[in-house]
Design a binder for this molecule. Structure first.
Ligand SMILES: NC(=O)C1=CN([C@@H]2O[C@H](COP(=O)(O)OP(=O)(O)OC[C@H]3O[C@@H](n4cnc5c(N)ncnc54)[C@H](O)[C@@H]3O)[C@@H](O)[C@H]2O)C=CC1
Ligand SMILES: O=C(CO)COP(=O)(O)O
Length: 332
């Protein structure tokens, strides 16, 4: 790999991912939407708003001009919120290099279309699906920024391309595994955010580890049910992008989705929780899209249904718990 890597989006994960790429030996150009963020990264190697303790390697630079970042990049990493990706990429698509690899870091499903992020990329950038690589796993950005050991999955239908990206992000603290199950990896990442909301709600309601283990296990069951209906490999859900990410996110106080759920579980409204949490909690919007996707495929996702009701229909979490616990009993 010779050209530089562009990272479009300078939030928590885009910034931490730029560090990984640089530590793996790549030259990296980050695009930041807000000029002061681009300036802080370029001049001081810092992104104080998102990862204040991180000193970025010298191989990382930043710009407020996405076209400047994209030009000449053979790998373009997309790290913006799931619901803005389509609009962002529409502006950037004509500037992509002809064979650039597009890497998706996003963990969400698009509202309205119920599309996965790789599908949005294929449609918007008009590229073949085998040029899109998905990176997903238990990767809380602040821990990775601190250089703590972590693993991830690099998924692409073209294993050769997945292997190229795998090499580009292998460092002593970051261990990527390849996989060709793009659907499973993307669903694992998107649905775990919804289950982490439920976990946060339950935690704030004072429930202990039986309840929380139930949510993780049954949450994984409904994720796998949807995944299989969409053509995913069920084994993916036992891996890093499935169980790994679900357990990592639910158990971590660093998770924005879990934290958002805790606000709801304390009885706050959606608006109050939004004011209290600044960064992207993808599950809040994706729960609607995932619920719609599940209904369209006649898949039961009871936890997702209840999270959607608490988030968007103002349902009291206590009623949501009652609804879940009074469902008809059945074989596991
Ligand atoms: N933070 C983490 O630990 C991880 C996050 N992810 C995923 O990565 C994706 C990006 O998340 P984060 O970087 O964590 O989010 P963030 O909230 O930290 O940052 C989002 C970035 O997108 C920018 N942004 C906001 N609105 C925008 C718009 N309309 N157009 C363009 N850019 C806009 C923000 O300025 C910011 O730079 C999400 O899908 C998230 O689920 C995946 C793994 C780990
Ligand atoms: O995806 C993540 C860890 O793998 C980050 O989770 P949150 O978006 O909930 O912080």
């Amino acid at each position: 790999m010779s050209g530089h890597v562009a990272v479009l989006g300078a939030g928590s994960w885009g910034t931490a991912f730029a560090k990984i790429l640089a530590d793996a030996g790549r030259e990296v150009a980050i695009w930041a939407r807000r000029p002061p963020v681009a300036e802080a990264i370029r001049l001081r190697g810092r992104n104080p708003e998102y990862l204040p303790d991180l000193r970025l390697p010298h191989r990382v630079t930043a710009t407020g001009d996405a076209v400047e970042a994209i030009s000449g990049a053979e790998v373009v990493v997309l790290a913006v919120p799931s619901q803005t990706l389509r609009g962002n990429l529409a502006e950037w698509a004509s500037h992509l290099e002809p064979d650039a690899t597009l890497v998706s870091l996003m963990k969400g499903i698009e509202l309205g279309t119920t599309k996965r992020m790789s599908e949005v990329i294929v449609e918007t950038a008009k590229v073949a699906a085998d040029r899109v690589v998905v990176v997903s796993g238990p990767n809380l950005a602040p821990e990775i920024a601190a250089g703590q050991p972590a693993a991830t999955v690099v998924a692409c239908t073209d294993i050769g391309r997945a292997t190229l990206v795998q090499r580009a992000v292998t460092t002593p603290y970051f261990r990527p595994y390849t996989n060709d199950d793009v659907i499973g990896c993307e669903l694992g990442g998107a649905v775990k955010n919804v289950i982490a909301l439920a976990y946060g709600i339950a935690t704030a309601m004072g429930f202990g580890d039986n309840t929380r283990a139930m949510l993780i296990t049954r949450g994984l069951a409904e994720t796998a049910r949807l995944g299989v209906a969409l053509g995913a490999d069920p084994l993916t859900f036992a891996g890093l992008a499935g169980m790994g990410d679900l357990v990592g996110t639910c158990s971590s106080p660093l998770s924005r989705n879990r934290t958002f759920g805790e606000h709801l579980g304390r009885g706050e409204t959606l608006e109050q929780a939004q004011v209290a949490t600044r960064q992207t909690a993808e599950g809040v919007k994706s729960c609607l899209a995932i619920r719609d996707l599940a209904r369209a495929h006649r898949v039961e996702m009871p936890i997702t249904e209840q999270v959607e009701r608490v988030c968007h229909e103002g349902v009291d979490p206590r009623l949501a718990v009652r609804a879940l616990m009074s469902r008809t009993t059945k074989p596991e």
